[in-house]
Write a new protein. Structure first.
Length: 529
């Protein structure tokens, strides 16, 4: 009698059917830079410039981030992830009278535009609980206004050390303030309004907030262990582009910050948008400089020239980097067609309101493209040959699958979708039943893309393959609760596969491109439809 494919124990451990792998987004842009106000080193999603204004304070002359976000949304951006970083600075403080002493609080967000106020009452507190009080903290949009942007209420907190709901412990969960110094011996006095004992009153924050100094490259980089700077994005939802606006109006982001940001982009299957340096003020200067440009990667892209945009704070046109507007244009294009569409290679055009800082001739356009730099247009240029959008790689240094922007973005889309869509394996026991289910799930995802015309192959066998078996998952890996999955897909030519390895383990999940001889794999191990 033949042995069953799975034992009774394996059958009991079979996971529930998993939902189809969802297609990842393709047009979310993350920004890291200086802002007028808002949370520090905390990725915050915004869906419009109005959202940005509400959280981070809108346009501010020292903040190139604020202008970049405005241009991103004006040119078609839909979703942005903002990380505010600060060089120094001080948060505003707030003092509550406690008889002859004070209770000192300090805000969590540095800046001179952080307006806080607090109210204290004893409502619902027994007279015997002389150490307890109710505390209300509010953030206001502007000083002296009644426009409350955020509010926190802490009921029955105590100034007695070691008590339940001790104030220090309660405020550790606050997103607005922390306690400064020791607890006072007496609870805070009620805050009374101008109408007398029955009126609600507030204690307003002091005018001691400070905006800090101009950013440096090291402020952008941050600290990996603390999750600051660009490393704050490790805790963010998936994003597709990363933009580091200029440090100041005439100060470019340096190579150290670009290299760290690029490493993060590789971890997150994203692309780094790089502004052309301010020194590239003419096409001739750009063509000469790109020959010696030291920063190249299939996960980076650049658009030339820089842009002239109307600065509403200065009342005149000023020059800005092009990365944010280009991200908006790419997002706008994704609303019209899928990321794998060959139409995605059309030249990007600016929306009205932005001007090119330089006019690029056809010859210079070709030379820049050969160096990995795309050229922006303010309208359809019918007089020149169309050049496909490319990643920041020289023409002679890379194959089409990594140099052509459309192909690279599609590859990252597939990698992100499969890596995230198979994370469920972290929560089940590994083995042959799991391997089979993973293969089926990934094959179904790739088959759906094939039906939509996403791959170069004319059949499933020429378009993709999936491997997840004992060759990738040895007993030692199973003992470590690790699962590996190998898949490949044809981006630009039938049967020429971009191959990726997904690793799921307790420390986290990852996906990376690998080289493998697909034809050395036995046919039964390859799932293609």
């Amino acid at each position: 009698m033949p042995e069953p494919l799975f034992s009774d124990l394996d059958t009991q451990r079979l996971p529930q059917p998993q939902p189809p792998i969802a297609r990842a987004g393709t047009a979310v842009t993350a920004f890291v830079g200086r802002a007028l106000k808002g949370p520090i080193n905390l990725p915050t999603t915004v869906g419009s410039f109005d959202d940005y204004h509400r959280v981070f304070g809108g346009l501010w002359q020292p903040s190139m981030l604020s202008y970049a976000v405005e241009q991103y949304f004006e040119n078609g951006g839909r979703v942005g992830v903002i990380v505010r970083v600060c060089n120094g600075g001080r948060a505003t403080s707030l003092s509550l009278r406690c008889g002859h002493s004070t209770l000192e609080l300090i805000g969590l967000s540095p800046g001179s535009r952080e307006y806080l106020r607090a109210a204290v009452d004893y409502d619902g507190i027994d007279s015997a609980d002389a150490d307890r009080f109710n505390l209300l903290i509010q953030r206001l949009r502007t000083a002296g206004s009644e426009l409350v942007e955020e509010q926190e209420i802490f009921r029955r907190v105590s100034i007695a050390p070691g008590a339940d709901r001790e104030l220090t412990d309660a405020l550790s969960a606050s997103k607005l303030v922390r306690l400064v110094g020791a607890l006072p011996a007496q609870r805070p006095d009620r805050t009374l309004g101008p109408g007398g004992p029955g009126a609600v009153g507030y204690a307003v924050s002091n005018s001691d907030g400070d905006d800090g100094d101009a950013l440096t490259n090291y402020d952008l980089i941050g600290d990996a262990r603390k999750g600051t700077g660009v490393f704050a994005l490790r805790s963010a939802d998936p994003f597709n582009f990363l933009c580091l606006p200029s440090l100041a109006r005439t100060s470019d982001v340096g190579l150290p910050a670009l290299l760290v940001a690029l490493r993060l982009c590789r971890e997150r299957q994203a692309m780094l948008l790089v502004d052309p340096p301010t020194a590239w003020d003419t096409p001739a200067a750009a063509v000469e400089a790109v020959r010696h440009w030291p920063f190249h990667s299939e996960n980076a892209l650049m658009f030339y020239p820089r842009l002239l945009a109307f600065d509403r704070l200065r009342g005149r046109y000023e020059q800005f980097g092009s990365a944010a507007a280009a991200a908006g244009m790419l997002a706008r294009a994704d609303e019209l067609r899928p990321v794998w569409s060959t139409a995605g290679n059309e030249e990007p055009m600016l929306r009205a309101g932005l001007r090119l800082a330089a006019t690029v001739s056809e010859v210079d356009r070709i030379r820049l493209s050969q160096g990995g730099v795309n050229v922006l247009s303010s309208g359809r240029n019918r007089g020149h040959a169309h050049a496909s959008l490319c990643t920041l790689l020289p023409e002679i240094a890379a194959k089409a699958a990594v140099r052509m922007l459309g192909a690279r973005r599609f590859a990252l889309f597939v990698m992100t979708s499969i890596e995230r869509g198979t994370r469920w394996v972290l929560f089940v026991h590994g083995g042959a039943p799991i391997w089979q289910q993973v293969r089926s799930q990934v094959a179904a995802f790739l088959e759906a893309l094939e039906r939509d015309g996403a791959f170069a192959g004319r059949s499933a066998a020429e378009s993709y393959f999936v491997v997840c078996d004992e060759r990738l998952n040895a007993p030692a890996a199973l003992a470590r609760a690790q699962l590996r999955l190998l898949f490949g897909f044809a981006v630009s030519r039938a049967g020429d596969f971009e191959t990726c390895l997904v690793t799921h383990q307790s420390a986290g999940s990852s996906v990376r491109a690998v080289s493998v001889n697909r034809y050395a794999l036995p046919a039964p191990a390859i799932s293609a439809g």
